[in-house]
Design a protein around this ligand. Structure first.
Ligand code: NAI
Length: 470
């Protein structure tokens, strides 16, 4: 590939449209734009090779161009087969940034794109990674372990996707001996976007396997308490509407999980006039949902009456094939959690006598032998990015400001950090919030010196102790 064609996307002619929407998004992303202004002159990521694996949307395009503005040498892939906005990918490719993403990739293509995004000219790997769900981190770790003698690739795969990853690693082992060790040698850190990816990082840390310092961006307050909550509060309904054009008022909607994402989904559906039932396994979250006036019950108790099901748990097998078979005729089923294993989609395909009719991209109707049907959205992958365009720019500006600050921090402290999982300091969290106030007309009250002394906090913050929960 020459630099001009170092990309794989759907259609480069969409670049102009993409650019127009990027211009609109920039006005809604004040955090990223002020980070550009502040850091571009000193270029703290000058020449640093950064691989991103994060939904290739218009908002992500603004993140990519921010990283480039502060000096980074960027390559990008999406972190989901359905989440790319092709005009966004085209605009990024046209501006000369290698990007490997299109809407509707196969899983084989998806993992090839991930490998392309982490392979810089000269077979070099990234120095920093922006991950969403942890797929780049997983691939590098598995590749490295394979070169160290791990037998994982030869063990039976637990899923079709796992087999694809194993095949890819075998191919790389043959074509590029020693590749993963050279990648790990240069790799200085990863910043992780989402709950599920963070969960994987802590598991690797506990197993003593984490190879680099990691920043948990998800648990910045200005990320999970905004993107996961207010983002889903808008983008879930967007996905449902674009997929099904369904009237939400009067429907019985079942939201599985009442964490940050579940809270946003449940409140959104209620605001439209749905009656909402929440399911939970955690007594604290269950009590919260109940105190907000939601019925909290089991999935089983809703079968036959639920019109819409949304999984938000980050867990697996939340809606089983038995649940799917017993649902009310024409129930709409979707997932907004990171991976597609919340709903037993594989098992659904194998139900005896089931027929599948594709209505349009990302909308399928499954009819069971007895005659009743369900609609499955985005094949069980995250519905807001598969059936709509993900969260709006303003909330993503908060998430991506944290991402950018995390990347700057990882590079600046690369010799100090250990291979652990870190959270950005509260001062930076408050700073991200501050950058978004003016745009929405917020006037902040300033503490007097006397008040600050009374509370025992600096006038300029940080204002809350680490244990404060917001
Ligand atoms: P969270 O941990 O705050 O919430 C998940 C909740 O599900 C918890 O309260 C947990 O107790 C509950 N839960 C677990 N197993 C359950 C089960 N079997 N039945 C009922 N409830 C169960 O996590 P958060 O931040 O809400 O994220 C959830 C998922 O959404 C993750 O996979 C995350 O990566 C993803 N996510 C997706 C976004 C999107 O735009 N689609 C945005 C942000 C996060």
């Amino acid at each position: 590939n020459t630099p001009d064609t170092d990309y794989k996307i759907a259609d480069i002619s969409l670049a102009e449209f993409g650019r127009k929407e990027i211009d609109i998004a920039e006005h809604e992303m004040p955090g990223l734009m002020s980070i550009r202004k502040k850091y571009a002159p000193s270029a703290p990521l000058k020449g640093v090779r950064v691989t991103g694996s994060l939904h290739m949307t218009i908002q992500t395009a603004v993140l990519i161009e921010t990283l480039k503005d502060i000096g980074a040498d960027v390559r990008w892939a999406s972190c989901n087969i359905f989440s790319t906005q092709d005009h966004a990918a085209a605009a990024i490719a046209a501006s000369g940034t290698p990007v490997f993403a299109w809407k509707g990739e196969t899983l084989e293509e998806y993992w090839d794109c991930t490998l392309d995004a982490l392979t810089f000219p000269g077979n070099k790997g990234p120095e920093l990674v922006v991950d969403d769900g942890g797929d780049v981190t997983l691939l590098i770790h598995k590749g490295y372990e394979l070169e160290n003698g791990s037998k994982w690739v030869d063990e039976p795969a637990s899923s079709h996707e796992e087999q694809i990853i194993k095949n890819l690693l075998k191919r790389v082992a043959k074509e590029r001996p020693g590749f993963w060790h050279s990648v790990v040698k240069d790799w200085k850190g990863v910043s992780e976007e989402t709950t599920t990816g963070v969960h994987r990082l802590y598991q690797m840390l506990e197993a003593g396997k984490l190879l680099v310092p990691a920043i948990n961006v998800n648990d910045s307050v200005t990320k999970s308490k905004f993107d996961n909550l207010y983002g889903c509060r808008e983008s879930l309904a967007d996905g449902l509407k674009r997929a099904m054009d369904v009237m939400l008022a009067g429907k019985l909607a079942v939201v599985c999980g009442y964490g940050d994402v579940g809270k946003g989904c449940a409140h959104s559906l209620r605001a439209y006039g749905s009656r909402v039932v929440v399911t939970e396994i955690d007594p604290i979250n269950a009590l919260q949902a109940s105190m907000e006036g939601f019925e909290v019950n089991t999935v089983e108790s809703t079968l036959g009456r639920g019109d819409i099901y949304v999984t938000t748990t980050g867990n697996k097998d939340v809606l089983t094939v038995e649940h799917l078979k017993s649902m009310k005729d024409q129930a709409i089923v979707c997932n907004i959690g990171h991976f597609d294993n919340e709903i037993q989609v594989d098992a659904l395909h194998k139900v005896e006598g089931v027929t599948k009719v594709n209505i349009k991209p990302q909308v399928d109707k499954f009819t069971f032998k007895g005659g009743s049907s369900i609609f499955l959205l985005a094949e069980g992958r995250l519905v807001n990015l598969g059936c709509a365009t993900g969260h709006p720019s303003f909330v993503m500006s908060n998430s991506f400001s944290n991402q950018t600050l995390a990347q700057i921090d990882l590079w600046a402290n690369k010799d100090r950090y250990e291979n652990k999982v870190y959270i950005l300091p509260k001062k930076l969290d408050e700073e991200v919030a501050r950058l978004h106030l003016e745009k929405i007309g917020v006037k902040l009250t300033t503490l007097t010196k006397d008040q600050a002394a009374y509370l025992g906090v600096p006038v300029e913050g940080p204002y809350k102790p680490e244990h404060y929960r917001y």
